[in-house]
Design a protein around this ligand. Structure first.
Ligand code: EPZ
Length: 417
C-alpha cells in the first residue's frame, strides 16, 4: 500500500488550480443512465471515486471512454440493472444509480452501500422518497430489490431530514416519472444545483420553487448533450485552510468564490488576509491564528467535509476552540491521529474540544477516511521533521494530484510504496 512522506515545516506559496468536483460529478455520472443516447462530460477530476463510478456504469452496460479531456458515455445498449456489492462497497455514491435505473427500466437491484469510517450511512430517506413515487422494495442479502410495476408516478415528497444523496436520487428518478413531482426539505448544496443544471441540459424540466423545494415535470425524452462539471469547493477550501495554516500565500484558481463565502468568513475571522477576484481567491496566512467555535451544517453552513481540515488549523490557534459536528455521527476519526502528533483534542458527544498552541511532532500515521487523510497531510505540512501517512488510498478517492499540486507551491511531499 502506498504512503506519503512529508518533510515540514513548509510555507506554501504560489498558485493552485482547482479540479472538477467529485461530489458534483458522481450524481451526474449516475444520472447519465437516464439517457439512451450519448452524454459528453468535461472537467471530471481524475480521482478513484470517479474511476469506480465509471466501472459501475460499464458493469451496467454503458460504453464509456475518454476522448482527450471529455468523457463520452454511450448508453444505446445499456440494459443491466444490477449494481454489485464489489463496486458499491468502496464508493457509497453507487446507491445513486438506483433512481435512474428505476426511472428507465422500472426495476433495479442495488447493493446497500454499507457503513464507513464516518458513520452508518443509511439510505432510509432515499427509499422512503422512492416509495413516494410508487416504488416497491425489499432488502434481501445486502441488496435493495426495487420495482415500480406501474412506472414512477410523480407526487409530493417532503424529506424527513436534509440529505444530499436522497435529494439527488429523487431528482434523477422524478425526471422520467409520469406527471409532476414536488420535493420539499431538499439539500441545496451547490453540487445539487449542478445536477439540476445537467438534467435540464439533457432535456429534463426542473425548477426551484422555494429555498428547499423543487418541482420536476416528468419528461419522456432525454437529449444528447455535453456538460462541464463545477469546481470542487471542498478541494478549494482545503487549500485555503492550508495557506492559513502554513502562514503561506496562495492563489486558489478556477473557482466561484461566492460558493466559499462561509469558509472565507471563518478564515478572515481566524486572521487570514483574503482578496476575492472573479474566479480566484488570494489568501495570505497571518502569524497569529485566532481561536473560534465552529458548527458544521447543511449548505450554506460550514461544510462537514471541511471539519477535519479546520480542526488542524484550530490546533494552531492562540486559544482553545470547539467544533460541533452536526451531520455525521462519527466524523472525528482524525482526532486520535492528531493527538498522536501532540494535539490535545477531547471528544464530548458531537463536540471536539481543541487546545490551541499545539506543536505537532512528526509521527507515522494512519488515514481512515477521505477528509481525515487530508487533515493529516495539513498537520504534517506544519510539523518540523518527517511524517509518514499510511493507507493514502483514502486520499486518492477525492483529491486529484494532491502531492503534485502541493509540491508546486513548495511542500516537501512525496509518495512511496
Ligand atoms: C454527501 O454524502 C457527500 N458525498 C458527502 O461527502 C458529504 O459529507 C455529505 O453529502 C454531506 O454534505 C457525495 O456527495 C458523494 P447525506 P451523503 O445524505 O449524500 C443521514 C466526502 O468526503 N442520512 O446528506 O451520503 C446520513 O447518515 C463525502 O466527499 C440518513 O439518515 O450525505 C448523515 O448523517 C463524505 N438516511 C446525514 O443524513 C439517508 O437515507 C447527511 O447525509 C441518508 C442520509
Amino acid at each position: 500500500m502506498q504512503k506519503l512522506q512529508v518533510f515540514g515545516p513548509n510555507v506554501l506559496k504560489g498558485k493552485i488550480n482547482v479540479s472538477g468536483s467529485k461530489n458534483a460529478a458522481l450524481p451526474i455520472l449516475a444520472a447519465s443512465l437516464l439517457s439512451t443516447k450519448k452524454i459528453f462530460l468535461k472537467n471530471l477530476p481524475k480521482v478513484n471515486d470517479i474511476k469506480t463510478m465509471i466501472e459501475l456504469l460499464k458493469s451496467l452496460g454503458s460504453k464509456v471512454k475518454y476522448k482527450k479531456k471529455t468523457l463520452i458515455i454511450n448508453n444505446l445498449k445499456q440494459n443491466k440493472r444490477v449494481a454489485p456489492y464489489r463496486l458499491v462497497k468502496t464508493m457509497r455514491a453507487g446507491i445513486l444509480v438506483l433512481g435512474p435505473l428505476l426511472a428507465k427500466f422500472g426495476n433495479a437491484k442495488v447493493s446497500l452501500p454499507g457503513g464507513c469510517a464516518i458513520g452508518s450511512r443509511p439510505i432510509d430517506i432515499h427509499l422512503k422518497g422512492l416509495a413516494g413515487l410508487g416504488v416497491k422494495y425489499k432488502i434481501d442479502q445486502g441488496y435493495v430489490h426495487a420495482s415500480a410495476p406501474r412506472g414512477l408516478i410523480g407526487s409530493k415528497i417532503c424529506f424527513s431530514k436534509i440529505s444530499v444523496g436522497a435529494t439527488e436520487n429523487l431528482l434523477i428518478a422524478a425526471s422520467l416519472a409520469k406527471g409532476t413531482t414536488i420535493l420539499k426539505n431538499c439539500a441545496i448544496e451547490p453540487e445539487i444545483n449542478d445536477l439540476v443544471n445537467f438534467l435540464n441540459r439533457i432535456g429534463c424540466n426542473i425548477k426551484w420553487i422555494a429555498k428547499r423545494s423543487i418541482k420536476i415535470v416528468g419528461v419522456s425524452e432525454i437529449k444528447e448533450n455535453s456538460y462541464s462539471v463545477m469546481f470542487d469547493r471542498i478541494e478549494a477550501g482545503t487549500y485555503l485552510i492550508a495557506a492559513s495554516l502554513t502562514r503561506g500565500n496562495l492563489k486558489i484558481r478556477n473557482i466561484i468564490p461566492n460558493l466559499l463565502k462561509t469558509e472565507v468568513k471563518i478564515l478572515k475571522k481566524i486572521g487570514a488576509f483574503i482578496k476575492v477576484k472573479k474566479d480566484e481567491i488570494h489568501i495570505c496566512g497571518s502569524k497569529k491564528i485566532k481561536s473560534t467555535n465552529l458548527k458544521t451544517a447543511p449548505w450554506p453552513g460550514l461544510a462537514t467535509d471541511l471539519q477535519a481540515q479546520m480542526m488542524v488549523l484550530l490546533c494552531k490557534a492562540n486559544k482553545n476552540s470547539v467544533i460541533q459536528e452536526n451531520i455525521f455521527e462519527n466524523r472525528f476519526m482524525h482526532v486520535a491521529e492528531l493527538n498522536r502528533m501532540g494535539a490535545k483534542i477531547m471528544i464530548k458527544g458531537n463536540k471536539a474540544l481543541i487546545n490551541g498552541n499545539t506543536t505537532f511532532a512528526p509521527a507515522e500515521l494512519m488515514a481512515t477516511d477521505l477528509r481525515a487523510s487530508v487533515s493529516l497531510v495539513l498537520a504534517a505540512l506544519t510539523t518540523k521533521g518527517k511524517t509518514i501517512i499510511n493507507r493514502i488510498y483514502h486520499l486518492d478517492r477525492g483529491y486529484e494530484d494532491i502531492e503534485k499540486k502541493l509540491r508546486k507551491v513548495g511542500a516537501k511531499i512525496k509518495r512511496f510504496k
